[in-house]
Every structure is written in C-alpha cells, then in structure tokens.
Write a protein that binds this ligand. Sequence first.
Ligand SMILES: [Zn+2]
Length: 106
Amino acid sequence: MRDTENVRQRLVARAEKLTEEALKIDAELREVDSPDWDDRATDSEGDEVLERLGVAAVNEIKEIRAAIRRIAAGTYGTCTTCRRPIGEQRLEAVPYTAKCINCANL
Ligand SMILES: [Zn+2]
C-alpha cells in the first residue's frame, strides 16, 4: 500500500507555496505603473512574464487539488485515462499527475 498520507502532505505544502507565489505575483501586477514613460515598455514586458508565471502557478494548484481529491477517493496513482497504475518514477517526479506517461504523451 502506498503511503498516500506522506504524498498528501507534500502536495498540500507545494500548493501552499504556489498560492503564496501567485499572490505575490498578483500584488506585483497591481503595483502602480511607473510615471516615467521610458520605463513603461519594460514594465509591461515584465508583467507578461509575471502573468504567465501566475497562470502556471494557478494551473499547478488546480492539478494538486485534484490529486488531493484522488487521494481521498483512493484513486491516487491510477491513470485517469486508461485506469492503469502510474509508474513510481513518474509519481516521484510529478506527484500531482493524473495520467500515466503513455496517456500524458498522447
Ligand atoms: Zn494512462
């Protein structure tokens, strides 16, 4: 039997860290624009990078939450597409993954 409690704790900790990062990004995006016009172009480029980071963090949080639900449901570690077990190495690398390596590469 897999030690899902250990995995759950890791996922919760990761989700908390990502939430913190997403909030920080959000706060930075809300900062008042520089009054210096020359700085604006660089600022908005930085904002785009921040926005992408924010989106990536939010997406990962969603996947982590879904994984925590699968742990509760007892289906963690089973591919949501083909219903076969997900490889240990893959779970180790991407603990919140919902798909086995074969289905993820489809
Ligand atoms: Zn699969």
